[in-house]
Design a protein around this ligand. Structure first.
Ligand code: ZN
Length: 394
């Protein structure tokens, strides 16, 4: 045999998925935290996930150039509100952190007119009771994100008093988390997800929870490939990881994990190649969990596959989703909350990811050294080899 001489043939485990209660508790602990590209909330988020996986936390200083981007100043916020003409607090950031344009600069104003304030207000006119999620990471701005119904109500009476007690620290940092599992081969599979959104459940929390549990399951096994978990702020964090990683040529393929816990159908977003081994095996795994699923061909949008698949890196990654980003109304609004997601949905996506991992490990091409007759497959544990999908040189 080649490449697996010292390797006990991979056998699928009867793995236990985490309990629904355990996943629910994680959602509840992570949900209220105010996350962004930087800031204290990101540290708290990784500290909670470190209870599942042993994470090494890297930090990159604000102002560091990362390819075409620059790590922004570290953003923090203590308080923000709008008071109406009677002095009543009608918007309170402490009640919902989506109320603030993420990365808002500090602002304090009194006697501000409705006309003036409206220049910095974001609403969803078609969804009167939902708060939109908006950011301004790379352009200095401030703003409030409100329910359209509040803006239309009598309570929204001028003149207003507003406060955004935030800070942008040029001496700050951005963090990302990493964990590594060594396999027989130096070839790596990356498992990447992002944690820069504040209180949003399917698009954001489901991805980091699924990725952490997937890695945790992989860690229990003896594997052929090496596996690397990367939890980072979207875009700039993935680029920081790519700029720090010493040997990108060792990365064979991977998963970009996002939006895994919604009520919609399972979906697969394919890699930029579309016919890479990871595409075939992800497809096979998802089919085994749910025949009814949606296929999304690659597009250079979405999450950090935008970085991994770019010309200098060319790392094929797939994404298994349940209620894919862009495809559900609640996306990037306050309605993507703990009522929208369910642990059992997340566990279904996690199951499909673990199956893909197992297929990937089992999909070996072996070279025979015994040439007299057939191998006795059973005594080598090769029966599971019937899983193999499209290679038949055994
Ligand atoms: Zn998002």
């Amino acid at each position: 045999m080649t490449k697996s001489d010292n390797y006990k043939f991979f056998k699928p485990n009867n793995y236990d998925l985490p309990s629904e209660n355990e996943v629910e508790k994680l959602f509840e602990d992570l949900y209220p935290i105010n996350r962004s590209l930087t800031g204290e909330g990101n540290e708290r988020t990784l500290a909670i996930l470190a209870n599942i996986v042993d994470l090494k936390v890297h930090s990159v200083s604000s102002g560091t150039k990362v390819f075409d981007w620059t790590v922004p100043e570290e953003w923090s916020i203590d308080d923000a509100y709008i008071k109406n003409s009677s002095g009543k607090k009608i918007v309170d950031w402490k009640e919902n952190n989506l109320h603030i344009l993420n990365y808002s600069i500090p602002v304090k104003k009194t006697l501000i007119s409705k006309k003036e304030l409206m220049k910095n207000i974001y609403t969803l006119p078609e969804k009167g009771n939902w708060i939109p999620y908006r950011t301004s990471y790379y352009e200095r701005n401030w703003g409030f994100c409100l329910k359209e119904n509040l803006v239309k109500s009598k309570e929204f009476s001028e003149p207003f008093e507003i406060l955004i007690d935030s800070k942008l620290d040029p001496k700050g940092k951005m963090i990302f988390g990493e964990a590594f599992h060594k396999g027989i081969s130096k070839k790596e599979i990356i498992i990447s997800s992002y944690f820069c959104h504040p209180s949003l459940a399917n698009d954001n929390l489901s991805g980091i929870i699924t990725a952490s549990y997937l890695f945790n399951e992989i860690k229990k096994r003896e594997t052929y490939y090496s596996y690397r978990l990367v939890l980072c702020p979207e875009t700039i964090g993935a680029l920081a990881f790519l700029s720090k990683h010493k040997d990108l040529s060792s990365i064979y393929s991977g998963f970009v994990i996002s939006t895994t816990a919604g009520p919609g159908p399972l979906g697969i977003k394919h890699s930029f190649m579309g016919n890479h081994e990871i595409d075939t095996l992800t497809q096979k795994a998802v089919e085994s969990v749910d025949k009814e699923h949606i296929k999304y061909p690659f597009k250079p949008d979405g999450s950090d596959e935008r970085q991994y698949s770019s010309p200098a890196f060319r790392i094929p990654t797939t994404t298994i989703t349940k209620s894919k980003y862009y495809e559900y109304d609640e996306y990037h609004t306050s309605a993507d909350n703990l009522d929208f997601v369910k642990s059992k949905y997340l566990l279904k996506s996690l199951d499909a990811y673990i199956k893909t991992f197992e297929y990937l490990e089992a999909n070996r091409v072996l070279e025979r050294k015994i040439t007299q007759g057939e191998f006795q497959l059973g005594k080598r544990g090769f029966i599971a080899f019937y899983w193999r999908i499209n290679k038949s040189k055994c």
